[in-house]
Design a protein around this ligand. Sequence first.
Ligand SMILES: [Zn+2]
Ligand SMILES: [Zn+2]
Length: 106
Amino acid sequence: MTESRFAAKNACGTCRSRTADGKPVEHEECAARAQIVEAPDAPGYEDLAEMTLEHKAALPARFHVPVFEALGSPQMWLCAVCWDEGTTSRWPCATASEKGAEVFTR
Ligand SMILES: [Zn+2]
Ligand SMILES: [Zn+2]
């Protein structure tokens, strides 16, 4: 296992003081993770609720980011915008697959 020398913002005190001393974190769950940041102009829940699935699929690729559905069974990654009442799309959805390079900035 690769030990992280970067603590997450919500890491416990032990891991934070260890990384401050240049040591690796003690708990895997305290390691800093990759972050998903939504586009600043991403449509809100209410805007999305009024759109059709076709309209959502046609939104710019930068809005089609993954959202982890931890409460579902099975747990899976869903698209942040491609959903409707009773319909969800696994991420990458059709738009994110097709325009993958336009989804995230590095
Ligand atoms: Zn910890
Ligand atoms: Zn999508």
